[in-house]
Every structure is written in structure tokens, then in C-alpha cells.
Design a protein around this ligand. Sequence first.
Ligand SMILES: [Ca+2]
Length: 514
Amino acid sequence: MTEYEPKTINYLADQNLTYMKIKNLGLLSLATGLSLSGANAAAAAEPASDAPKNAGPKKNVLLLIVDDMRPELNCYGHADMVTPNMDALAAQGTLFTRAYCNIAVSGATRASLLTGTRPTRNTFQSAHLYSQEQKPDKIGINEHMKANGYFTIVSNGKTFHYQDDHKAGWDVIRPRNIKQKDYHSYEGQEEGRRPLPYECLDLPESDYCDGYIAEQAVRDLRMLAKQDKPFFYGLGFYKPHLPFNVPKKYWDLYDRDALPIPDNYVLKEGNDIPAVALPNWRELRNYSGIPKKGPVPEDMARTLIHGYHAAVSFTDAQIGKVIAEMKSLGLDKNTFVVLIGDHGWNLGEHGCWCKHSILETSIHVPFIIVDPDAPQKGVRCDEVVEFLSIFPTICDAAGIPKPAQLEGESILPLVGNPKEKGKGWAVCRWLNGFTIVTNDNYFYTEWWDKDDNVTDRLLFDHNVDPEENYNVAEKPEYAKVVKRLSKALRKNRGREFDKYGPEYNIKHAFKPKD
Ligand SMILES: [Ca+2]
């Protein structure tokens, strides 16, 4: 039996925790290694006999979640990006140009979108949470799909932050394969710190976790194609999340010196942006080579931007393997595909890195839907949409009822219909900052104290300032806009905003009972 190696996962303690929890649950065997053998294979080949059979015309659903991927893709107009596989998906489906997550941190955004419910005053705010602990009265989309006749599988990647969250809703859980180290060289590691935030070595793709996940996904699809039930497959890739460790050939796709440093790497004079709006990017500061205080030097900034690009292209290649296998098996004809990045990422804009804010760069996300039955392919939808729409949209595509808990609306009518309109707004938050994004290009944020008094406010007018360089909330000419959006923000912050008290905001507290 292979024992886990602390050195390989010390910078991703949360993922290791997940793995060990699953191990302790007895759901999975470390000895299964690369193969689909043991308990998983049995579970995969022989779904529970009491499960409802439904081999009817229902569509399969593939929900592809990419960790920390902002919409810096070729199909989003970034001509320098090498993302042919996601571009091909967009060409087959509908690309949402103005899609927003509801909170820019992994655990919370996933808990929110996978339950179809908003973050509240006290819940769904952090990375390390169990959705079922914070909102015990809500089901996950996997549970809903399973209850409606779907065979549900979660990959060895990340859908919920923890693979055993809402575990009753998964027929099969794939473990993270610990042989896939994220680091193969520790050159440059400083004592007491994580290694460098990137690695560029000439290694096979399967030496990295996402390479293995793609291989496992291909095996899963072959198994799923033989099922007599439609499937719901939650497949999560870990890159381009830090560290940017991907094979050298993906770094070689880009000319490092030609990659631009953002124009607002240094904040503009007179920006009037409250400090609370800017992420502290502590996540990056934990790595070797990154200053503990102050800005990242331009040389390192360029390397990070290069590494991010390489990691996106690497992930794109893994997605390509999955899509190619779907096509080879004929699954593309009857599979509804949703591809998202779980939130945005700052690549030096405002001098910031990582996520954890309400800036456009933190909340704007890639969002592509491929519906084989859509009236039109290659559609670009410019309506503002939010992640809360994913759960109800999948329900509609699958032809199953929508649970009453859902707070978003289906955007299936927008898929393949370029003239269709949506509700035209999204509400996002980070800590006590709440943002409304509107179709008329305003990004308005208020920070509230515990009594809902406004402590700071921020308005970006993307009509004239798409890079968010100047806060115009206090300008008299925007007074009417501020008043309108302030009202809309409070109205749309969620019907259960105060339902869950502080006692629900539990971190790492879930203890499996069986
Ligand atoms: Ca994430």
C-alpha cells in the first residue's frame, strides 16, 4: 500500500485532508492505484439494484469545473491564448461573455452553485467548508440528479471542495491519485515556505494530477457509455490554480517577454478605490520567491503571467482528451456540457494576485454551455448571468423538476438563442462587500457592518472604465445610479440572507458518521 507523502502535498493541506477523510470513510482503497479496480469498479459496473432505471431520452450532463480559471481564453477574445479545445466547445455551443460567480473562493462558489443557493450573511464564504454542514436543509445537485434517475459520478478532481460533501449523491467517487505529485523539483524552495509558485520541467502530462484526471475521465466515459441510465458527471481540474506546475511544452507555447503586464499594475492617481476592495493575495505570498510585503517585482510578475497562461493551455489539453473521447463514444450527441472556471483570478491588475475580492478580475468567469439540441451553435450571449443559474438550467435540460430551494433561474432559453434576454444582473460578494453587476455596465459594491450600515461604497462605470481604475460612487453625476443600484443590491441579496446564524459557519467540522 502506498502511504501518502507529506512533502508532495504540504502546500495543499486541504486536498490532503479530503483524501484522508475519504480514506477513513472506507469508500476508497489506496491500493487501487491507477486502475478502476476494487470497490470503485464494482460500484461503477453494478449500480445499486434498487436505483431507478431510466434509459429514456434524458440527456447526460457533464459539469466541467476548472479551478481558478478566468475568462482569459482565445474564444473570449484573447488572441494570444492557446485554448483550441475550449474554443471548439464554444463553437459548438453558447459562450456567455458576461458570466459572474457569486463569490470568488473555491469552497463557497462551489457550495453555492451546486446547491443553487446564495452565500448568506454567515454561510458559504470561505474555501474550506462543507456545504451540507453550513446549509443542512439543502441538497446538492448530485443528490437531485441521482433522485431523478441519473447515475452520478464525481471525478478524482474537485467539484464540491471536499469530495465527500453531499456524498450520498455520488454513486462513485474517484480518489485523488497521490502518485501525481504537483512538484517534481524543489529547486529554489526557501526554508519554512512553500516551493516556488511554478514548475517548468519536460515531463509527461500524466505525471501531473490533471493529466491523470483526464486519463481517469476517459475510462469513466467508457464505463458511463455502457450504463443503462443517463449520467451526471462532475469533473474538476485543479489547474490553473497555483502552483503553475505544468509540462514545459505548455510554457513553450508563449513568448514570455511578449506577455503584457497590466496597464494598472500600479494604481492610477486619483483612483479613490477603498483599500477593502483590493485582495491581499496572502495565498501567493506563502510561496518561495514572492516578497512577504510589497509588490511582486516585474520579472517575477511576468513569470507568473507566463505560468498562468501555460497552466490554462495544459488544462485545455486535458479537456480536449475528455471531449474527444465523448465524441468517439457518440456521447456528444446526447450530453449537455457546462464548462466553467469556479471564479476569476487577478493577474497583476490593481497590483493584485489571486482571487478573494469583488473586482471584475475576481468575479468574471468563463461559462460555456453546449446543448446538442440548441437551435443555433457558436452563439455569444452578452447578457449578465450568474452561477446560480447552473442548477436550474441543468434541471431544464435534463427534463426534471427544479427543487424549491433554487434561488436562480434557468438560462436554457438563452442557449442557442442570441436574441433572448435574461434578467440582466448578478449579485456577488466577498466578506462584507456586496456587488451588483448590471447589463448596463455598472459594477456597484457596498460594504455593510453587522447592522447593514454602509461603511464603504464603490462604483465602476464599465462604459468608460472597463479596467476599473476609478471609483465614481461619490461623483454627483452618478448619484441616481448609486441610489438605484443600492436598492437593487439589497433586494436581490438572497431571500435567506439571515436564515443561517453564525453557528452554521463551520470550518472543517464535518465528521463522517459512517
Ligand atoms: Ca478556485
